[in-house]
Design a protein around this ligand. Structure first.
Ligand SMILES: Nc1nc2c(c(=O)[nH]1)N(C=O)[C@@H](CNc1ccc(C(=O)N[C@@H](CCC(=O)O)C(=O)O)cc1)CN2
Ligand SMILES: Nc1ncnc2c1ncn2[C@@H]1O[C@H](COP(=O)(O)OP(=O)(O)OP(=O)(O)O)[C@@H](O)[C@H]1O
Length: 213
């Protein structure tokens, strides 16, 4: 829609359009900087970060009520995001129903589809590997959201599609942001559409949380 035609478009909803435009521009620059920061770690550095996050994740999920039969959405890593695929396999083997997010309609909420280690993935929007439309559609109880940047009040800076915000406007799973410790930002200049996550997990452990809903 309008946001797709012009990435700087922002429905004011009482927000000063000039200010919203400045925020969008600032976020674009921060995305480039933060992606560069992650790139700079190199393959080995990123693998170490992934392992450390994976090391914390099981305990964090268990503490927050994840059990057999729950539906958890992970993500298929792109562009240097922490790779938690081994954890997704472990969770599947432990009886958790694992899903992956899919952009089935641009500028709409994400759809979640079932994933197992046997699932053949197809190339989705932005070339992200996703389960095919034949895979079961699920409603997640837990969502892992990869973050380019994060704040102490649990806001997330993502790739700029607004997909998680649109999705979380209609669903209320427990949400765990997955991020590099060094990607902490003083603020993302929250806009009316931004929805904070429940918790941010980095290679150093739980960085910050919001009170339970
Ligand atoms: N691994 C992974 N999977 C994921 C996400 C993610 O962040 N990581 N997503 C998390 O949401 C969703 C996909 N997110 C997307 C975010 C942006 C664009 C995109 O087209 N970006 C445009 C710029 C958009 C803009 O600035 O308005 C581009 O870069 O050309 C596509 C998909 C679902 N799957
Ligand atoms: N609930 C919503 N309804 C309509 N538009 C939305 C909604 N949430 C976000 N958007 C639009 O999406 C665009 C990008 O939002 P934002 O900068 O927060 O992306 P992001 O959270 O970094 O991206 P992503 O979640 O895809 O990684 C904004 O222009 C915003 O207007």
């Amino acid at each position: 829609m309008a946001a797709e035609v012009d990435p700087l478009f922002f429905d004011p909803l009482g927000v000063d359009p000039g200010q919203a435009r400045d925020v969008a521009r600032w976020r674009r620059a921060e995305r480039v900087r933060l992606a560069g920061l992650r790139e700079g770690l190199g393959k080995a550095g990123r693998a170490q970060v992934s392992d450390r996050i994976a090391g914390h994740l099981g305990r964090v999920l268990a503490t927050r009520g994840l059990r057999r039969g729950c539906v958890l959405s992970g993500y298929w890593p792109i562009k240097g995001e922490p790779d938690l695929r081994p954890t997704l396999t472990d969770l599947h083997c432990a009886g958790v129903t694992v899903a992956l997010p899919v952009v089935e309609t641009r500028a709409a909420p994400l759809v979640f589809r079932s994933w197992t280690p046997e699932t053949k993935l197809v190339r989705g929007d932005w070339k992200i590997p996703v389960p095919s439309p034949a895979a079961d559609r699920l409603v997640p109880d837990f969502v892992l959201a990869p973050c380019l940047g994060w704040t102490d009040d649990c806001y997330r800076l993502g790739w700029g599609g607004g997909y998680f915000d649109r999705t979380l406007a209609g669903l209320t799973p427990r949400t765990i942001g997955i991020a590099l410790s060094a990607a902490r930002l003083p603020t993302i200049f929250p806009q009316p559409h931004d929805i904070p996550l429940d918790l941010i997990l980095t290679e150093d452990g739980v960085a910050t949380t919001r009170p339970h809903k």
